[in-house]
Design a protein around this ligand. Sequence first.
Ligand SMILES: [Zn+2]
Length: 397
Amino acid sequence: MLFLLAVITVSAHFEGGNIGKVEHLSPTHLRCSLVGQVDQDGRNRQANWYYFRIDGAKNRELILDLVSLPGEYNYQPNRGAVTKATVPVFSNDNVKWTFADRVEYDATEPRLRIFVKPTSDKFWIAHTPPYTNQHLSRLMRNARRNPAFKVEEIGRSVHNRPLYIWTITNPEIPEADKKVIWLMARQHSWETFTSWVAEGAIQFLLSDSTNAKRLRNQAIWKILPAADPDGMAAGGVRYNANGYDLNRNWDVSNPRAMPEVTAQKSAILKWVDAGHALHLFLSMHNTETAEYLEGPPNEDGRFLTLGRQLFELLKSKTAFFPSRDISYASRTTTEGKPGRMTVVQGLWQVRQLPAFLTEQRVSAQPGSQRLLSVEDRVKYGQQLVEVMYESVSTVRQ
Ligand SMILES: [Zn+2]
């Protein structure tokens, strides 16, 4: 009997999708190049976002080699962010994601080899569970039914997508009695887990639980859900549509090249310059294997107590598993070069704000070797807002 096997095809023509050249080494062995992304000067290449669909491979044993991984970070060359530690995720419905159970990493090329037997005719593979503008719109649509949720458009991206601030608070309680806490997700489009954490935080803050009511009564939550909707649509890595890193460039103003930084920074400054309080600001990021909390330059030591409190509470009450003690940023990431300040550094420079940055790893937790799923990240979002509130309510500022 002759079986005619369908040709296996790879595509990424959907929101957030991205894969480069695909070579068929055999009918079931594919070599897939990552596109990666470079900055406005063609430097700092990062190649760690892939999200593609495989058609026609149900129940066939496949080998997928991910290549073209090396890059640069802060102008230092590296072998790439995709390694054995970054376990790909699979889905047979583009909704629920599971971790791959077998990969091999060859450091010499370098190359990540994925062994997979798709369980459906359409099968999706990604670096981390995707979170696109569609996810964000759905979250916003549902949240808007709640009177404690307010949406404000603060500007537009390079490709004219709206940028938002979301506010969550009980509007019936006066502001003077409340703490003000800012939470920022997704400055970099590949870092999808920060969006899952933000979604968990928002769903919890809008829920009927007693703790959530308390957090709405006693705090104003200002959420910047996404800096780079263009990157989220196009399957970008860490730069906006013009190549600018949205977590650098907080010391320069160029609304044409990077309207996203301008919009977010203006919104924050508008808030504080109108006399509103800002007790804590946290920008969330993902890395491959490191996990940490970094505070503002803090040259006068005024946020050391707050930072220590936040760090210790995160460690003891959440899934935060730091790879080092809390640290404080220097004034810039690259001395003497404009456009190299992070949000933390930029906000310190202009208003000495208590802005922190946290990185959460995508690799397994040390010790347990557990990989944190979407559900774990959503739960972390709830824990995070509780701990942020506890930090600001127990530390005098
Ligand atoms: Zn980042």
